[in-house]
Write a new protein. Sequence first.
Length: 170
Amino acid sequence: MSSREEAQTAVVYPYGRPITTWQIDEYPAHQRSRFWYIGWGTIGFILLVYAIATANFLFAVILLMGAVVTLLSSFRPPGKLDVAVTTAGILVGGGFYAYPSIKRFSLVYNPPEVKLLYLDFEKPWLPLLSIPLEEVDPNRVREALLPFCVEDLERTDESLTDVLRRVYKL
């Protein structure tokens, strides 16, 4: 066993025995054109002028923070997060989701653009979690989850927020 595999097993062990693992990007890395930056910059500037004109300074601060985060993420490559389906739950980076807290899961697989695992939680205030499948076989993930979770076969498309994020490169 290599040191990397030992380290990965050591991280996952407290959360159950790993069934399948893969890595995902911390956030989607989009190839944005100059036109994208000019277009969104113009929209942001107009909204900033509107926020200042209406004395809505909180909105102005939020716009500026969004612009800074977008620019910083454009110049820094995303880090990698480990994802593991274990016998006790799902580990995504530093977050662990135990099976009793997961109401159902669904797989939306329309390659090459859409390859996602969705987790819907029992607690209504927890948002729907989408986890990219990257190059892992969705059937392997499905087989690993079926003994522990209910599969939602009615979800066949990605969520609206994921569509908007992909189409507008957010």
